[in-house]
Design a protein around this ligand. Structure first.
Ligand code: PDD
Length: 284
C-alpha cells in the first residue's frame, strides 16, 4: 500500500505530494513543525504538541492554516489512511507562497500545511534503550531562538552528521561556556552520582521538549529528585547516568560520550525506571 500525505487540503499519494517552489518554507525555512509519536494508533501528548505549534506560529507572526479541531481530524485521517499503528506523525506549516522577498508579504497569504506519517518501531526504540547509545559533543552554533520549532535546522543537521561520522547516535550540543544545551534533535539529561536527575531549564533557549515535560512529571511522581539546572559537558562525563529524550527517541540512555564511559557504560537504574515509566505512559 502506498503512503498518503495531506497537502493544503488534499490527501495525495506521498510520492506525488508537491509544494510550490515559491513556498517560503522552501525559500527561507520560514516554517514551523511538530513531530508526534503514534503508539498503537494513538497520538502521544497531542495537545501539548498543538500548544507548542501554536506558540511557534505566534512567535513568528504566522497565521494558523486551520483551527485545532479540523487539524486533529486531518492528523487522525493521515494515520488512518497510512494504516499506522506505531509511527511518527510530521506536521509542517509555512507562511505560504509569495514572490521572493525577505520581509513578510504585505498582502495576506494562505499558510501551507503538510502532514505525513511514517512507520516507526517503538518496540525497536525501547530495545535500543535497553542497550544505550554513544554520543559526541559538538559546538552549539545555533541562533538565539531555539525555543521556536522552526524547520531552519542546518546547524542541527551538521552536528548530527558530525556525530554520526564518529560512530555516534546523537550530538550533544555545548555552548561557548561549556554547558550542554540539548541534542541535535533531543533534550539532554544527566543523573548525578547522588541520584539527582538534572535537565536544563526551558527558559534557556532550548526547545521545550514535550517528552522532556512528560518525563519530568513521571520522575516527580516516582519521587526522583529533579533539578532544573544547566550542567557542563565535564559534569555530564563525571555523572552516573545520561540520557536523551524526544518524540522519536522516548528516553534513550547515553552510555558513552566522546569515547568516555558514562557510569559503568551501561544504562543506569534511574534511566531504566524512566524508560519503563514512559513506555507505560505511551500506552495508557
Ligand atoms: N525533535 N530538541 C530539539 C532541537 C528537537 O528537534 C527535538 C525534537 C527535541 C525533543 O522534543 P520533543 O520531546 O517534543 O520531541 C529537543 C524531533 C523529534 C524532530 O526534529 O524530528
Amino acid at each position: 500500500m502506498s503512503r498518503v500525505a495531506y497537502v493544503n487540503g488534499a490527501y495525495v499519494p506521498h510520492d506525488e505530494a508537491v509544494v510550490s517552489i515559491d513556498d517560503r518554507g522552501y525559500q527561507f525555512a520560514d516554517a514551523v513543525y511538530e513531530g508526534v509519536t503514534v503508539r498503537k494508533g494513538q497520538m502521544v501528548d497531542l495537545e501539548p504538541h498543538l500548544d507548542r505549534l501554536a506558540r511557534s506560529m505566534r512567535e513568528l507572526a504566522m497565521a494558523a492554516p486551520m483551527d485545532r479541531a479540523p487539524m486533529r481530524f486531518v492528523f487522525r485521517e493521515v494515520i488512518r489512511r497510512n494504516r499506522i499503528s506505531d509511527g511518527f506523525l510530521y506536521i509542517q506549516i509555512s507562511r505560504g507562497v509569495a514572490r521572493r522577498d525577505h520581509a513578510f508579504p504585505t498582502t495576506p497569504i494562505v499558510p501551507s500545511l503538510i502532514v505525513t506519517c511514517k512507520r516507526l518501531s517503538i518496540d525497536g526504540v525501547i530495545a535500543r534503550a535497553a542497550k544505550g547509545v554513544k554520543a559526541f559533543s559538538e559546538s552549539d552554533i545555533r541562533w538565539g531562538r531555539c525555543d521556536i520549532k522552526s524547520t531552519s535546522l542546518l546547524p542541527n543537521i551538521l552536528a548530527k552528521q558530525a556525530a554520526k561520522e564518529k560512530g555516534g547516535f546523537e550530538a550533544v550540543l555545548v555552548d561557548s561556556d561549556g554547558y550542554v544545551t540539548e541534542g541535535s534533535s533531543t533534550n539532554m539529561w544527566m543523573v548525578r552520582t547522588d541520584g539527582t536527575l538534572v535537565t536544563r531549564s526551558t527558559d534557556d533557549n532550548i526547545l521545550p521538549g514535550i517528552t522532556r515535560a512528560t518525563l519530568k512529571k513521571l520522575a516527580e511522581e516516582m519521587q526522583i529528585k529533579v533539578e532544573t539546572k544547566a550542567f557542563t559537558l565535564e559534569e555530564a562525563k563525571a555523572g552516573a547516568e545520561m540520557f536523551l529524550s524526544s518524540s522519536t527517541g522516548c528516553a534513550t540512555p547515553i552510555v558513552e560520550l566522546d569515547g568516555h564511559k558514562i557510569g559503568d557504560g551501561t544504562p543506569g537504574p534511574v534511566t531504566k525506571r524512566l524508560v519503563e515509566a514512559y513506555r507505560a505512559y505511551m500506552e495508557a
